[in-house]
Structures are given as structure tokens and as C-alpha cells.
Design a protein around this ligand. Structure first.
Ligand code: NAD
Length: 478
């Protein structure tokens, strides 16, 4: 796979190339061009030009039709997209074929539908009324696109997370410049091909490849021609982008890291809670921002829960690798740190040995830990690997205190059969998303995002359209 930039409707590959490594076996998959500043400048200029020209003049109906053509185009190349996502990430094919690529299609369809479903909120609201002092007035509010939007995405769900921003940004009438993760450039390149085939006006969608710090990501987010930044990635990167964007007071929407808690009460359906925690901690080898890394279990069922979770973790097979050698080393470093901090390793705790080509890849074992104090770095810091720490609690208040004692606040899960408890506890957990007796059950219209160091703003349904457009009030004296 040869990754290419797509700027102003033209594919190009300027800049020095760097190798793309398959995390599944460590082999070289292809090469990626590292966009120099001039390519980013060209992309921002092309986006501005598109807004001044054909794309800026496009009616909502035409934009919805364009989004549908993109969705159809991804579906038409479904196998290619799945292959590319599996090659870049090493994730199980089933995950890419049932989650990543279908959700990318769904992201475009959802925003095409929304343009029709609620046009009054997305575009025009009329409030007949009056202003004091100067007599009668009619106020109405129109929503205008922000302009050129920079979209920076991570490697864990490459196409899904990128399109989760591209679709609403285009729906609201913006032109976008997208920089996917340097680890996973392939499905973004395929998306550019689909956009090209879908006949969007040149410059509406631009793609540049490269790294973040002192590279394409920083050139883009510090660019004076960028009107807004939508970013998903680590909290520390979000802070760096904010500093970079501060000079131009560029608005940001941030989906950042997490250290997500699960609260398992003694009245929970234990089978569901154990199976749910296996999913929430180990899906995609823990490399989903929503994955559980802290599990708090009410003391009467603690021992049984730990034994069952540990047995299931040990029995997991067919799991994918960490994204890179560097990330594998980071995760294994936390496994070592956990032991130094005094953890009991219930399951995993090292690197697996398969005896086949996977031994050239970057794997870490699904790992269950217990026995650490809440002050341990292993319990406080986001690891982003297949690992959770399980600790007991005695009261509902204690469970809440433990869950909330974190710099992060993205997602949480609550396992209980007591409806009153669920309603009592859920709003008191300091996370943007609370799942009760489930995990990662998504309705794309609901607000998605984190509190504290986990993010700024919400994505999803009209929340995204709100971010990607500016309400402008028009007041007419009558
Ligand atoms: P990352 O922050 O290292 O990189 C994300 C993107 O930012 C990449 O495209 C990278 O090139 C770019 N980047 C890095 N430094 C930059 C800079 N200084 N300026 C501009 N761009 C820069 O994150 P990652 O390792 O790719 O992804 C994992 C992280 O993402 C985890 O922390 C995870 O929790 C988080 N995440 C959050 C969500 C969410 O919805 N909240 C979803 C997925 C992942």
C-alpha cells in the first residue's frame, strides 16, 4: 500500500517517505510520504478555495447526496477497506469487518440523514419577537460553516474515528484537511479515492500524511488559515495542540484519553458483568479509548469475580497486537511497573510466544491485576493495552469516590440489577458516558465525549453539527 496525499483534488506524494510496519508480524507494508509544511499550506489553501468556490455554494441537499455517495463508495470497496485496516492495525478481521468499516459507512449515512431530519436546528431557527427600547424586531439565527477544519485522528479505530469527524464537518458545509495517524494511513488514502470518485468539488476534502510533533500535525493545527480543530488522541497531545492553536484562538473539539472505571455491585448478574468486563477491557487488545482499566467490585463477590475474569483472560486467543513496537514496550513496561508497585498478577503479565510469524509482531498478553493501592501509577495512568486492575469496595459512596478519583473522565460502566441504584449512581460518576449493564452500546445521535482531561465538547448527532457550525443571529427592526 502506497499512501498518498490528496490536495485540491490531486493525489501527490511529496516529502520524504517513511516505512509502514505491520504490527501483526513486524514486516514492512509500504511507505508513507511525510508532508512538509508546503503540502499542508497547499491543503489549507485548497480548502479555502473550495469554500469560496463550488463547495461553498453547495446546498445542504447536495451535500447530503455527496455523503451518501461516499458511504456507497466505501461499501463498494468494503473488502479493500477491511484488508487495509487489518494490515495497518493487526486487529482481528472480524472487528474491522463488523465495527470499523460498517461504522464509517454509518457515519456518512447518519449525517446525510440528519441534514434532512432536523434542518431547522442545523441551519435556520426563526424566533419572531421584539427588542426592548428600539421597538419590534424579528430575530432569526442561521448556522454557518466554520470554514477550514483540521481533523487529526489516532490509530486505534483509524477510519471510524476519522469519518466520525469528516462526515459532520462536510455535512455542515466546511472544507476539511485531514491528518490520520502516521501508524495507520491506508484507509484514509482509500477514503480519498472514494471521495474523488464521488465527485466532491476539489478542495472540499484534503488529506495530508505525516507525524504530529514538529511535523504535519503541528503545521496544520498551528496554521493561521485553519478555522477549527477536531482532534482525537492522547490528552498530552491535546494540550500541545491547544498551545499551538492559542495564537490564533482556534476553537477545538477534543476526544482524549481515559482511565475508565467499571463498578460491579454484588447484586449484578455476575455472568453478564464478567463477560461485559472481558469485552470492555480486552476488545482490540484494550486499544479503544472506552476500554475499562479500573474495575471496582463489591467485596462479597470480589474473589469470585477476580477468579472468573482471570480464567477468561487466560483463555483469550486470536487477539491482535499493540500498534507498534514502541507501544508494546510501553504496555510491557507498565506490566513490570505493576509488579514493582506490588501487584498480584492474576492473568497474563508478559509478552506471548506463539511459535509462528506473530512472534515478529508486537503482542502483549491480556492481563488482570489486583492488590495495588489507588496511588499506584498503574492505577492512575492510561496504559491503552489489554490490562485492568481489580479492587474491592464496601459501599456505594466508596465506589463513587474511587471511580471519580482520576484525572480522566471519559466512560464508565455500572453493573447492577437494582434500578434505583443505577439511576442514583450514574449521574454521580464524573465521566461523559455511563453504560449500565452494557459497554460500548452506541446510538450515533447521543452526546459522546469526556470530562476532565478526557476532552472538550461533545460529538454525535446534532452535537457535532453544533460544533462544526457557527450560529449567526440576524436582527431586523420591523
Ligand atoms: P496521539 O495523541 O499520539 O496521536 C493522535 C494524532 O495526533 C496522530 O495523528 C498524531 O500524529 C497527531 N499528533 C501527535 N502530536 C501532535 C502535535 N504536537 N500536533 C498535532 N498533531 C499531533 O494518540 P494515539 O496514540 O494515536 O491514540 C491513542 C490515544 O487516543 C489514547 O490516549 C486514547 O485514549 C485516545 N483516544 C481517544 C478517543 C476518544 O474518543 N476520546 C478515541 C480514540 C483514542
Amino acid at each position: 500500500m502506497k499512501a498518498e496525499h490528496y490536495v485540491g483534488g490531486v493525489f501527490r506524494s511529496d516529502g520524504p517517505a517513511f516505512p509502514l510496519i505491520a504490527p501483526a508480524d513486524g514486516t514492512e507494508l509500504g511507505s508513507v510520504p511525510e508532508a512538509p509544511r508546503e503540502v499542508v499550506d497547499d491543503a489549507v489553501a485548497a480548502a479555502r478555495e473550495a469554500l469560496r468556490g463550488a463547495w461553498g455554494a453547495t446546498a445542504a441537499e447536495e451535500r447530503a447526496a455527496a455523503l451518501r455517495r461516499i458511504a456507497d463508495g466505501i461499501e463498494a470497496r468494503f473488502g479493500e477497506f477491511v484488508d487495509a485496516e487489518v494490515a495497518d492495525t493487526g486487529k482481528p478481521r472480524e472487528l474491522a469487518a463488523t465495527v470499523d468499516i460498517p461504522r464509517a459507512v454509518g457515519n456518512f449515512r447518519a449525517y446525510a440523514d440528519l441534514l434532512y431530519g432536523r434542518p431547522e436546528r442545523a441551519y435556520t431557527t426563526q424566533i419572531p419577537g421584539w427588542s426592548t427600547g428600539t421597538g419590534q424586531a424579528l430575530n432569526y439565527t442561521v448556522r454557518r460553516p466554520l470554514g477550514v477544519v483540521a481533523i487529526i485522528s489516532p490509530w486505534n479505530l483509524p477510519l471510524l474515528l476519522l469519518t466520525w469527524k469528516v462526515a459532520p464537518a462536510l455535512a455542515a458545509g466546511n472544507a476539511v484537511v485531514v491528518k490520520p495517524s502516521e501508524e495507520t494511513p491506508s484507509t484514509a488514502t482509500l477514503l480519498a479515492r472514494v471521495v474523488d470518485e464521488a465527485g466532491l468539488p476539489a478542495g472540499a476534502f484534503n488529506l495530508v500524511h505525516g507525524h504530529g510533533t514538529d511535523a504535519a500535525g503541528a503545521f496544520l493545527t498551528g496554521h493561521p488559515g485553519v478555522d477549527a480543530i477536531a482532534f482525537t488522541g492522547e490528552s498530552a497531545t491535546g494540550a500541545a495542540i491547544m498551545r499551538n492553536a492559542a495564537d490564533h484562538v482556534t476553537p477545538v473539539s477534543f476526544e482524549l484519553g481515559g482511565k475508565n472505571p467499571a463498578l460491579v455491585f454484588a447484586d449484578a448478574d455476575l455472568d453478564a458483568a464478567v463477560d461485559g468486563t472481558v469485552r470492555s477491557s480486552f476488545t482490540h487488545s484494550g486499544q479503544i479509548c472506552l476500554c475499562t482499566e479500573r474495575v471496582y467490585v463489591e467485596r462479597p463477590i470480589f474473589d469470585e469475580f477476580v477468579a472468573r475474569l482471570g480464567a477468561k483472560a487466560r483463555a483469550l486467543d486470536g487477539y491482535g497486537p499493540m500498534i507498534s513496537a514502541g507501544h508494546r514496550d510501553k504496555v510491557l513496561g507498565y506490566y513490570r511497573l505493576a509488579r514493582e508497585e506490588g501487584a498480584t498478577v492474576v492473568a497474563g503479565g508478559g509478552a506471548p510466544s506463539f511459535g509462528d510469524e506473530r512472534d515478529g509482531g508486537f503482542y502483549a498478553e491480556p492481563t488482570v491485576l489486583t492488590g495495588l493501592p489507588e496511588t499506584a501509577r498503574t492505577v492512575r495512568e492510561e496504559i491503552f493495552g489489554p490490562v485492568c486492575h481489580v479492587a474491592p469496595f464496601d459501599t456505594e459512596d466508596e465506589a463513587l469516590r474511587l471511580a471519580n478519583d482520576s484525572p480522566y473522565g471519559l466512560a464508565s460502566t455500572v453493573w447492577t440489577r437494582d434500578l434505583s441504584r443505577a439511576h442514583r449512581v450514574a449521574p454521580r460518576i464524573e465521566t461523559g458516558i455511563v453504560w449500565v449493564n452494557c459497554w460500548n452500546l452506541r446510538d450515533l445521535r447521543t452526546p459522546f465525549g469526556g470530562v476532565k482531561a478526557s476532552g472538550i465538547g461533545r460529538e454525535g448527532g446534532e452535537y457535532s453539527l453544533d460544533f462544526f457550525s457557527e450560529p449567526v443571529n440576524v436582527c431586523i427592526q420591523i
